[in-house]
Design a protein around this ligand. Structure first.
Ligand code: EPU
Length: 416
């Protein structure tokens, strides 16, 4: 077990370089198996979710090699073996092997995926999509067996703009005969990254990034190369950190357009930031309270909501926060209140009164982004903050200790 120890308060200066997007790479890796041959993914972040996916690819007899941030997968000798709970449970995105294996092999056997405890996280929209393409699904306890004699393109209407279901249906329909149209598709930029990868392999996908995606079935795909887009959630987390305790803190290697929903809110609060072509420079400034409601892309991202709540504890006045995607994304609130925040959370709403000075103490990371929120809080708190259960944080933030230490943070990992 690992803990994080933070001594504060900190003032941070210098440059943080953002890595590849977790929520892109976790789909790009399973997508490699759709081409029979070798693909290379560049700008791969070193996070434990990637390690878990490499283990699944190796279980499937793919040859994987990682050289710095470049990962090569050779799927030539793929063996379609069942993916058991010890593999699938380690992360949410193991569900992309459903679509990818169904697409290539017309059959997959996989245990339900794991992931953060931020809601009930059903996968009914994915399953309905596979069924619409012609697959037959059998569920035995926590195992899915998904089979199809033939996959046939069709019109699929998603009842919610699910990121995972949109990508999974795209993966499953690549080799389907005819045309598949996904209506009410999610519009996240990570989906565009995956569609670009598949199109470079030879797929015929149009409309990724809009709410209508069409996939014309193809007969064959060739291995190719793709670069993972910058992680907008990692970027957003550190931009918020700059607003909390930055002194010309530069967040680099980003696409500012991808976090416009955040920067617009920060400007509304009176934050001191300069937006450049591929970076944002930000310093601490007095902040006004605001109201925030999380939405699907391009709205305010749910994954930045928890870090943002820390900033709202430092604004002068009352802010209202509403989460609309996940029913259990307030797990960090008891810890923030223990540190001195004044947050009243109920169901998916929170009222945050600020500014409140924060004091270091022992807190628990209940999930990935909630854990990141506690790191931000620890960096501005007076005294020592000890964060337990930090494995959640390491799933999605590459070298968080190294990146923060390089800009002056007093933060360390401790094995217990
Ligand atoms: N939903 C259903 N049925 C489904 C699928 C989703 O009811 O079959 C519901 C969910 O319960 C949720 C909503 O639809 O209320 C949105 O779920 P979505 O499918 O869009 O989420 P996801 O694909 O499972 C991805 C990210 C999440 C991010 C969401 C929303 C990955 C691996 N995860 O999850 O990232 O919050 O999209 O943007 O890409 C994170 O990085 O911390 C994280 C949780």
């Amino acid at each position: 077990m690992k803990q994080m120890l933070i001594t504060g308060p900190n003032t941070l200066s210098g440059t943080i370089h953002i890595g590849g997007a977790k929520n892109s790479v976790v789909a790009l890796l399973p997508a490699t198996i759709l081409a029979k041959g070798q693909s290379t993914i560049k700008n791969v972040p070193h996070i434990s979710d990637v390690d878990a996916l490499i283990d699944i690819l190796e279980l499937l007899n793919c040859k994987v090699s990682l050289n710095k941030d470049e990962l090569t997968v050779d799927t030539t000798n793929l063996k379609n073996v069942p993916i058991g709970s010890n593999y699938a449970n380690r992360l949410r995105a193991s569900y992309y092997f459903m679509g990818a294996l169904l697409g290539r092999e017309k059959q997959v056997e996989i245990t339900i995926p794991g992931g953060c405890n931020i809601g009930s996280r059903p996968i009914d929209i994915h399953i309905d999509g596979f069924k619409a393409l012609g697959a037959v699904i059998t569920k035995k306890n926590d195992k899915y067996i998904i089979k199809a004699d033939k996959l046939i393109g069709t019109d699929i209407y998603l009842k919610f703009q699910s990121v995972g279901a949109t990508i999974n249906i795209m993966l499953a329909s690549i080799y389907a005969s005819g045309v598949t149209t996904i209506h009410n598709a999610a519009e996240e930029i990570e989906i565009v990254n995956v569609a670009d990868f598949l199109n470079k392999m030879g797929a015929k996908i149009e409309g990724a990034g809009t709410n209508t995606i069409t996939i014309r079935g193809v007969k064959d795909l060739q291995g190719t190369q793709i670069s993972v887009i910058p992680d907008r959630i990692e970027a957003g987390t550190y931009v918020i950190l700059g607003a909390l305790c930055g002194k010309n803190l530069c967040i680099k290697n980003i696409i500012p357009k991808h976090i416009e929903a955040l920067t617009n809110k920060l400007l509304e609060m009176g934050a001191n930031l300069t937006i450049n072509k591929d970076s944002i420079v930000i310093s601490k400034a007095p902040l006004k309270p605001i109201n925030i409601k999380t939405l699907v892309y391009p709205g305010f991202p749910t994954d930045i909501g928890q870090p943002m709540s820390v900033l709202l504890t430092q604004a002068s006045g009352t802010s209202l926060f509403e989460e609309t995607i996940w029913e259990n994304r307030m797990g960090h609130v008891p810890s923030l209140n223990k540190m001195g925040a004044n947050i009243k959370a109920r169901d998916m709403h929170a009222i945050i009164n600020g500014p409140t000075p924060l004091t270091g103490c022992e807190v628990i990371a209940t999930d990935l982004r909630g854990g990141a929120a506690l790191v931000l809080a620890g960096l501005i708190a007076t005294g020592t903050t000890v964060i337990t259960d930090i494995e959640h944080i390491l799933r999605g933030y590459e070298d968080i200790i190294g990146k923060l230490t390089s800009v002056g943070a007093k933060i360390e990992l401790k094995e217990i």
